[in-house]
Design a binder for this molecule. Structure first.
Ligand code: FE2
Length: 263
């Protein structure tokens, strides 16, 4: 079995910390990390020499070094077809995210195929929208391992981005749980040995939360009141992201209850 090479670093800012992971398996770099970690990621890549770069989604902490690496390593990059145009240009990114991650230089990528054949491995590319519309995961069915990008992140979701669609993310989790796998490699949580179980826990937590939100909404409570009741403490990230990350977004998305793509 091809060993998974793991890059990990921690970004500190605004009194909070965030782990970042990038992975190389069988010559495939999965996400290029934020620009702010360029030196470490470039060293990692110069050591293990990937022959391609694949992306789970377009966010700048997953694509921040792709332009540089394409040029430096002379390798192709792939991303979901929805993001090909967007990634050709420099990121249009709010200030707090620029300060946290750095920007993304534009790059030219190819559309991800349905299956990636490496020298010794084969990965299914599974579309898992919700966090973003272009989000995919990479599944090695033979070895039972899954590279999950930002699909998992945490078993108990408390804050989400403004544009995340949580019912759609739940649908993606249900689709993925039809598959068999053990280890999950998360872009911010690292290697999770009981990954299948963790994804199940995340889904059941969101289902419980959805029931709770629906029942409070049916009793006439508005979004703000529901947030106050379920999440009485505001997480730090909600303040410095000026509402981009919040429990309000999570509750609103659950109330909207729209699990169709393309919104
Ligand atoms: Fe993301």
């Amino acid at each position: 079995m091809q060993e998974v090479r793991i890059y990990n670093s921690i970004v500190h800012m605004f009194g909070t910390t965030l782990n970042v992971y990038a992975y190389i398996v069988d010559g495939m770099l999965i996400d290029s990390g934020p620009h702010r970690l360029q030196d470490g990621i470039v060293d990692f890549c110069l050591h293990y020499r990937p022959d391609k770069i694949v992306h789970t989604h377009f966010h700048e902490d997953h694509t921040g070094n792709t332009a540089y690496l394409i040029n430096k390593l002379q390798v192709p990059a792939y991303i979901h077809p929805d993001s090909l145009d967007l990634c050709r240009h420099k990121g249009d990114i709010p200030f707090y995210r620029l300060a946290f991650w750095g920007n993304r230089r534009g790059f030219k990528a190819e559309p991800l195929p349905d299956v990636i054949e490496n020298e010794h491995s084969r990965f299914e590319v599974i579309h898992t929208p919700g966090h973003t519309t272009d989000h995919v995961v990479f599944l090695d069915r033979e070895q039972g391992r899954l590279f999950s990008g930002d699909l998992f992140l945490h078993p108990k979701t408390r804050v989400v981005r403004r544009r995340e669609n949580i019912p759609l993310l739940m649908k993606s989790l249900r689709k993925l749980l039809q598959e068999q796998f053990d280890t999950v490699y998360c872009a911010h949580g690292g290697e999770i040995k009981q990954g299948y179980r963790s994804l199940e826990q995340k889904l059941s937590h969101l289902e419980e939360l959805q029931d709770q939100v629906r029942s409070l909404s049916q009793r006439g409570q508005d979004i703000k009141a529901i947030v106050k009741r379920i999440f009485p403490q505001t997480p730090t990230i909600a303040y410095f992201s000026l509402g981009e990350f919040s429990s309000y977004n999570l509750v609103r998305s659950l109330i909207e209850d729209n699990d169709t793509e393309g919104i």
